[in-house]
Design a protein around this ligand. Structure first.
Ligand SMILES: [Fe+2]
Length: 171
């Protein structure tokens, strides 16, 4: 695909980043959007389905995490639309573009659910850091800043999740 064809679908903007850079950022941010949307639905899935003696704490934790992910979804989508892109915002688009593994159907016991959710937050955090590196490489400090906030949130969420696991994982 030629550069011209690749950038044809961007809207014009007065932002002083090249069309090539904006195209790269839009593509990368749409992938981040898909991952975060997938992460949101998997976190709600955990919120609804978790069972066990620590049900209430986990039920509330997953709901709080999902609520916070939603805020980052909105920021991510509106950064890429600010760059002239179109947000691939539906769950079907997210399912097609997300690189996260799906939530296993037979997992519902408290700490097993925490392990699955922690794996997904770690994968999303890794992807956000890759996005930061790409944004810095192309001189888009604002996208890097946005994804830095995303990855900082994902790391903190991982701390909340892993704290349930670490008492059994010492040594
Ligand atoms: Fe709920």
């Amino acid at each position: 695909m030629s550069t011209k064809a690749a950038t044809n679908h961007l809207f014009q903007t007065r932002i002083d980043l090249s069309a090539d850079t904006r195209e790269l950022m839009v593509t990368m941010l749409n992938r981040q959007l898909a991952t975060l949307t997938d992460l949101y639905t998997q976190t709600k899935h955990a919120h609804w389905n978790v069972k066990g003696s620590n049900f209430w704490g986990l039920h509330k934790l997953f709901d709080k995490l999902a609520e916070d992910v939603e805020g980052h979804i909105d920021e991510t989508a509106e950064r890429l639309t600010a760059l002239g892109g179109r947000a691939m915002g539906t769950v079907r688009m997210a399912a097609a573009n997300s690189r996260l593994e799906d939530f296993p159907e037979d997992v519902h016991v408290g700490l097993e659910v925490v392990k699955v959710v922690a794996d997904r937050y770690a994968a999303a955090g890794k992807e956000a850091r890759q996005g930061i590196a790409q944004a810095m490489e192309h001189g888009d400090a604002d996208t890097a800043d946005l994804l830095t906030a995303v990855s900082r949130f994902l790391d903190q969420s991982l701390y909340f999740l892993e704290s349930h696991l670490q008492a059994d994982e010492r040594g």
